[in-house]
Design a protein around this ligand. Sequence first.
Ligand SMILES: [Fe+2]
Ligand SMILES: [Fe+2]
Length: 222
Amino acid sequence: MGCRPTEGRAAVQGLSEVEPGWRALPEGRTFSPEFLRLREQAFVWLQPYYDGRHLTRAADWMLAIAPDAPEHLVLAALMHDLERSVPGGPVLDKANMAWDDLAYNTAHTHRSAEVVSGWLRDQGALEAFVQGVQQPIREHEFGGSPEGDLMQAADSISFLETNGELVSTWAVRGECSAEKSEEKLRWMYERIPGLTRARPWALPYLERSLDQLRRATAAVSD
Ligand SMILES: [Fe+2]
Ligand SMILES: [Fe+2]
């Protein structure tokens, strides 16, 4: 499952009026040439990644939730899971481990911070970007700081928008139970920080993902 631009655009379905456009930047805001260069290069990097739409939309939702989000935070959202594109990372046993397993999520977020900042350094990025992405990426699963809370919100709403089908296949293939798949979707919704406006925005995407899961598992048991 790649992330060619045409495929990705299909992720934008107009399910709610706040839904950002595919790779849209806020009107009237000027971005630095360095940011725009790194963003384009990141799109190339995440293209072969299995969940590239989710990453793209996390950055889109970041700018919908916080149109003035600093550039390093938008880049952090865009690449926050990419340690998974590098073999040798931590593995979550979906059937037997909690979705909020502290050891797994800490290993995942810290490794992503290392991988992404290393990649930025390889692109010749300014040190402000190399350093700036690290803490928000470390906080994307659990939040913590204002930037970390925004990461958690953008990650969650993007996940619910783009990954209903993926979570359904876990249950259909027996990687975990249907109940465990449902738990994942509900966790992604409930963990959205209450102070951001993203939680009500995420509700239609949670409901659609739950519906996809119900249909997929009902089709298997028929
Ligand atoms: Fe993650
Ligand atoms: Fe994510």
